[in-house]
Write a protein that binds this ligand. Structure first.
Ligand code: TNX
Length: 511
């Protein structure tokens, strides 16, 4: 018998071969939040409105779907037992129970009013504590509702961190009381001259709350000291003039737009031309304001301070800046996260987390820089760009997406890599987690987001949650490719993808 389709693959799943549990006539009981979520999902999936046990205890024998918080050792873990007489679910904590409920939604087959759940036992423990998705709201601004939709999509695949890329050359996307000119003067446009925008502090709190309701922690990123052209629209005295390299000219030639000019909004997609003034104390007053305010409005432990592609910043200055900015984050009681380039800075604050965005097979010493975080007591988030940069094209003829990271990136390439094999010397103990990134140079709205997200986000979820590749026959591309077939109809039922279920998998082929 082929195993039921669950993605990401649970740490252990046994189909018992018994008769399934019939959903019609079933009654939901137990933890209120979990009951509400499962009722919602089963309705969307099967059309059934299951009744909730009013607490009388008079649920007919053999008809219970019982959802409880139990005494399990591992955070976010759960056990599920299904047979013809009932469904018993225990979560270690509310998150564990929430994830078990997402599994049940995948297992529920829709057959008119007679949905059912297959007889099985699942024990599920995530491999990595940090399972992230990143959304770039700087290249194109995406509003609160879009971010909420993004959260819902990611949480259904058991991601638990939302990294928001809140600033870049093209715009500053969060209003801060300490530096009001940023939102006022530096958020008006997006790439291609599309409309800009920014989050008010209330908007940001709504995002934090929506994420928390789905067991996700927000990781805000302010990208420094490069990717800061927009800062110069508000505080010109803090920024160097753009450094126009051959690469910048080539990008303008290939993708259009104008060269960056000081004091004018930048609407192209070149990178690496901007820098804060590193030897100016005003810069650190600015950084202290921004980091301090972000720390007060962010409940999660991490603040991401960028550090990527600072090609317009001399190496010594870059090292000095990253040392100071990570110290400022630590002084605010948060753990700094930076892109892997900052591993080159000898004075980086101990414990800083490094986010690797090189390829599955590292080139140009990127692995060396990433190991440097571990040497200073930090851990690593893996975002290999040729696998899980979801902004890479999924098909050569798609107008959406870029190709620089060995694109076109097929579903197979998104799936078929193993986290512990990317950086020599960085294994499970040194890996904090895995994060899929969606940069938005070509991405204007939720339909664009969905077109790039699905189905590759499911491959990233399996790298982040499931046991190592090859550890069981099911943790393989061959098995994933079959299991993932079951998901588009669920995604369509949940309203996730604008496209029809068939087209999600067919448009790229799965080869
Ligand atoms: C590289 S990877 C970037 C971003 C771009 C992205 C596009 C990294 C840390 N920086 O600035 O948006 O490629 O794929």
């Amino acid at each position: 018998m082929s195993a039921p389709s669950v993605v990401p693959l649970p740490s252990s799943m046994t189909a018992t071969g018994g008769a399934p549990f019939r959903l019609d006539g079933a009654v939901l009981t137990g933890d209120e939040a979990a009951v509400t979520e499962l009722r919602r999902l089963l309705h969307l999936r099967t059309g059934l409105h299951l009744p909730v046990d009013p607490g009388s205890g008079a649920v007919p024998e053999g008809r219970r779907i019982d959802l409880r918080i139990g005494a399990l050792p591992d955070p976010e873990s759960s056990v599920i037992a299904i047979d013809a007489d009932g469904v018993w679910v225990e979560g270690a904590d509310p998150a564990g129970l929430f994830y078990a409920v997402q599994t049940l939604a995948q297992l529920a087959t829709a057959s008119g009013s007679r949905g059912e759940l297959p007889a099985l036992r699942i024990q599920d423990v995530p491999r990595f504590a940090y399972r992230g998705v990143m959304l770039d709201v700087a290249r194109h601004f995406h509003d609160v509702r879009t971010v909420e939709a993004f959260i819902e999509r990611a949480a259904s695949l058991k991601f638990n961190h939302l990294h928001l890329h809140l600033s870049d050359d093209q715009g500053w996307r969060i209003a801060l009381d300490t530096r009001p000119l940023l939102a006022e003067r530096a958020s008006g446009t997006s790439i291609g001259g599309d409309p800009g925008g920014h989050f008010s502090r209330d908007d940001y709190q709504r995002i934090v709350a929506a994420a928390a309701a789905r067991h996700m922690v927000v990781v805000p990123e302010i990208d420094l000291p490069g990717h800061t052209h927009a800062v110069g629209l508000a505080y010109p005295e803090l920024c160097e003039d753009p450094v126009i390299t051959d690469e910048v000219r080539a990008t303008v030639r290939d993708f259009g737009g104008d060269l960056p000019r000081p004091g004018e909004p930048y609407t192209g997609l070149a990178v690496g031309f901007s820098s804060l003034r590193i030897r100016d104390e005003g810069t650190y007053a600015f950084v202290a304001d921004v980091v301090g305010e972000l720390a007060t409005i962010t409940p999660g432990p991490y603040l991401h301070v960028g550090g990527d592609e600072a090609l317009g910043t001399p190496a010594d200055d870059f090292a000095l800046f990253m040392e100071r900015v990570t110290a400022i984050v630590v002084a605010q009681g948060k753990t700094p996260v930076t892109w892997h380039e900052a591993g080159a800075a000898p004075g980086l604050a101990p414990g800083t987390i490094g986010q690797y965005w090189g390829f599955v097979e590292p080139i140009e010493g990127m692995d060396e820089k990433t190991r440097a975080f571990v040497a200073r007591g930090g851990r690593v988030i893996l975002s290999p760009a040729d696998a899980i940069y979801l902004d890479m094209k999924f098909a050569a003829d798609s107008p959406l997406g870029l190709t620089w990271a060995r694109g076109v990136t097929t579903l197979e390439r998104a799936y078929d890599w193993e986290p512990a094999e990317v950086i020599p010397g960085v294994g499970d103990e040194q890996i904090l987690g895995v994060e899929a990134a969606l940069w938005t140079e070509t991405v204007r709205d939720l339909a664009d987001i969905d077109a790039l997200l699905f189905p590759r986000i499911a491959a990233a979820a399996e790298a982040a949650w499931s046991p190592p590749r090859g550890s069981t026959p099911e943790r393989s591309w061959a098995s994933f490719r079959e299991r993932v077939e079951a998901l588009p109809s669920l995604w369509a039922a949940l309203g996730f993808a604008g496209t029809s279920p068939d087209s999600i998998l067919d448009r790229e082929g799965t080869a």
